[in-house]
Structures are given as structure tokens and as C-alpha cells.
Write a protein that binds this ligand. Sequence first.
Ligand code: PEP
Ligand code: MG
Length: 599
Amino acid sequence: MGIRSSKRIKLQEAASPPGEEKIFQGVAVAPGIAEGKVLIHFQEEETIPFRDLRAGELDTEVVRFEAALLATRKELMELQERLSQSAGPSDASIFDAHLLVLEDPTLIEEVLNGIRREKHNAEFVFQGVVHKFIKTLAAIDDPYLRERAIDLEDVARRVVRHLMGKSGQRLAGHDRNHIIVADELTPSDTATLNRGNIAGFITEKGSKTSHTAIMARSLGIPAIVGLEGICNFLENGSVILMDGYSGKIFLNPSPATREIYQVLAEAKEHIEEGLESLRESDSSTLDGRHITLAANIELPEELDEVAATGADGIGLYRTEFLYFNRTVPPDEEEQYAVYRHVAERIAPHGVIIRTLDIGGDKPTECLDLGHEENPFLGCRAIRFCLNNPEIFKTQLRAILRAGVHGNLRMMFPMISGHEELLHAKSLLADAAEELRKRGVPYQADMELGIMIEVPSAAITAGMLAREVKFFSIGTNDLLQYLMAVDRGNERIAHLHDPANPAVVRILKMIIDAAHDEGIWVGVCGELAGDIEYTPLLIGLGVDELSASAALVPRVKKAIRSLDLAACQEVVAHALSGERAAEIYARTTGLARSRYPDLF
Ligand code: PEP
Ligand code: MG
């Protein structure tokens, strides 16, 4: 992806940093080069301390609480001012409701009385009162009041942080040249990132297919993960240079290093410009095999970027991101409006809307997932939806209605077997029937597909293919479940290896089963955007690749530089008993010989 115009680094302008250069090696998960000041991000969710107050402490505690309210007010007003300058006063007015919360006499009275009555610390009492308010608001069937519950929760987090003496701000409000460094960023943290504000991010945890990495690629900013202990080496304000191609981080980069990277950044930018010229060209191999090339999105904010890449529509819309950072799930009207907007913006191209894939590494406050020992093996995705039919059908109705306004397809995630698919299909039929009874227009013949990301689905792919119109292979999860390797665990990330012969065999099995039943099959996991593996995937016979928008131009160039015969040869060797290292060498060897400039 390289350096995009909005993120161009100006290494020569930065002041010469003091201190000796130190190099750290992590796992590169989103390409690009950035230099900036470190900003350490603490997790949003705080463990609320609990303390009994001694008699003389009551007044101090009240003063502490009032000071936290004032500090939060100041923080919000600053944010409002900044937003007003960047987005205009009407957008900034969203903070009016937040500010009103801070002046709410009932809330404040109740906390002050609580501190005096219960003789507990302010954080604890405040959190209890806020919880009670949120629960009451969230239960009322009024969209306005439910919105207030979200405001209240956001304000409460800020107040608690001030009470606990943590000045950490939300990720959204930082200056452009900051590089966020964190132990871990949740998908909901990254969803609040403002793409214009942050130069890159680095985390101690995570791997190539963790959702944090996926978000970084969507945002088009460099990211490096798996740097255990890095938070202890860096401080707020440290100057670092990060290389999102190799995974290297330079603390206090020397003039020589910065010179090297200036040259590299310019070269990458040049290549990027070359890729832009492919925008309108066809994604077919040299010998004419057409591969549909689509983009993955998490948020509608990415639509402009998708349009700019020249992708053939959206191959995976991860709708669960609509459920993040809020206390109540979106209702049918809200979802309908969002899906309709996406469908209209991308038309005449199509959009594959994936139904809610919550759970695993994507928890959300607005749905009660319960505690699970193994969330990736638990009640996630379609399992959660089948257990919660009303939540599921609300989404299904919204998607069916939006289908009237564009070219939509729908797919279910994490299908593990035939019964499960039939159950989901029967709820889909119920949702359609509900709309019919209500007399609301909807698309009755929307194409339905499933994600193949569980080995049991791969093994029974032939049976499943008879029930749907297409497959989309979720390699992130498929590899995780095939090899029993947590996709977000940096300690075993080497086992999440697409070149493993078991992976090649299972992909072949799925693709052949789909074709035998006359349906098309795509890949929408991160592997689809990894140009080292494009030869292998084309050779296996995929019909569609769907990758982060930022990677689409690279994949197009890769497809256009390959021919089917050479790709099939890679696969033939891979299936003939080669080991992972040999498979990798062969696919990347072909890739590097055909498009060396992209490496
Ligand atoms: C996958 O598992 O490959 C996939 C595309 O879905 P997600 O990454 O959202 O789990
Ligand atoms: Mg998945």
C-alpha cells in the first residue's frame, strides 16, 4: 500500500531526536512507513476500585468527584472545539448531549448522597448510579432515550478515568503524527480511530489476522503487532519510525536510518501511483481468467476508499462493527438506513452483507454474550444469532429491505453444518414473512451464501453447496480451527500458516465441492490480500478475492501479472506431498518473479 498522500511522511522536517537509536522487531500487519511521537493507549475498560472511606474522607471524596466532573467538562469542550474546526459546528453539537449529562442534577445528587450514605469511594458509587441510569434508559423503547444511554456511558468512562488519575483520552482525538502504542486494541477501540488523526499503531498482542490488524489495513495506516513488552520501552512523546513492511520499529531513529526510509517511502509512493493507473483495468490473468476482485469493509466510512480502488464491489461487509461502542443494539430502522446507504453508494456493483459475527475477539457491550472459557469456540456468530432469533431477524429484515435499493447478497458466518444452515434459512424465511405481513417492500430473491470457515463445513461442503448460491472462504478462522491455533495469539502465530499442506488440501476440497455443485466460491479472509499467495489461490480455482480496500490495487496487479498454467503448476506441486516451506517458496517465488516491485 505504501505511503498515501494524506499520510506522506516528511522525515526531513522532524527535529533530530535525542538518544541512541534502538531497533525492535515485530510482525508487520499493515504496510506503510510512519514517523511520529508515541502515545501510549490504556484500555478503555477500567477495573473500578472499591474502598471504604474513613470518617474524615467524605468531604475530600465529594471534592474529588466534583473535580472529575469539571475535568471531564473541559475535556469534552476541547473535543467539541476540535471537531467543530475539522467537521463543522453541526457535527460538534453531538457533544452537547454529553455535556448535559455532566450537569444532570438527579445523577449528581444521587452520587453525592451515595458517597455520604454508603461511605465508599466516588468511582465505585458513581459507576453504580450510572449503571442504574443506563439500564433504565436502555429498556425504554424510544430511540432518543436509548441514544442518551450511549452518551451517558461515554461520559461515565471519561469521568471514571479522571477520578482514577488516568489522563488517557479516547483514540479519536489525537493529532496526526501520533503513533498509538498499546498492549492491545480491541476492534471497538480501532472503530473509534479517526483515520486522519493517527500515523500508525503498534500493539504488544495480536497477529496478522486479529481484528485489530484487519482494521489497520482498512484504515490504511501502518501497523505492527506482537511486540511483547514494547510499552515498557517507550514513553509518551518518544520519537519512533515504524516500517509496516518489515515490522521494524526504530526508537530515536538516526539520521542515516531516516535517510534510508525517506528513499524507501518515495519509492513506495511511486509504485502506489503506478497501481492507481490500474484502477479501471480488468482483474484477469494474462491468459484471460477473470477473478472478481472485491473489497472488505467494516464501516460505511470506508466506502469512498472502496470506490477509489476500482474494486468490483464489496465481498465482505462485517456488520458487527455497527454494534460496537454502544449500549443497545441498532434497531431495524437504523440498520436498514445503513445497509441501504452502502447498497446505493456501491451500486451498480454488489455488496455481500455478512450477518452478525459477534463473539470471539469481537465482544460488544450492547449484547449479552455471557462469560465463556473459550469464546472462539463458544456462542459466536451464527450460533449467537440462532440462540437469539429476535436480534437475528431484526438484522435479516433490515438487509432484505435494503436489498430493494441495490445489488445485495447475504451470507451467514461460521456455519458448521447442514442443520445449522437449515435453521438459519428458516429464520430468514420467517423474517421475510414478517415483512410481507407488514406490507413493507423487500427483496424476496436475495442470493444467499455462507462462509466456509469451520473444518466441518469444509468437509461437508458438497451438501452445503446445494443449499446456497455461493461460498466465501474465511481463511482467518478456517486456519484457526483447522490447526487449533488462536488467530490472535502472537506466540503461536507461526502455526497460522497458509502454506501448510493441510490448508492447501482443505481449500482444494471446498473449491472443488462448490464447482461440482455449480456455485461460485471466493476467499474473503486476509489471505485474499496477501500477494505472496495469489498464485496459489488462482491455481486452486477461486472465482473471487475480497481484500481490504487498501490492498485491492496490489492484488489486481498480481492477478494481471500471472497466468493460470503457472499457478496451477504451483498447486500441483503443493498437492504432490511438498512441505510447507516448499509450498511457500514456490508460490512466493512465482509472485516475486512476476511482480517484484510490490515486495
Ligand atoms: C475470516 O474468518 O476469514 C473472515 C473473513 O471473517 P472474520 O475475519 O471477520 O472472522
Ligand atoms: Mg471469520
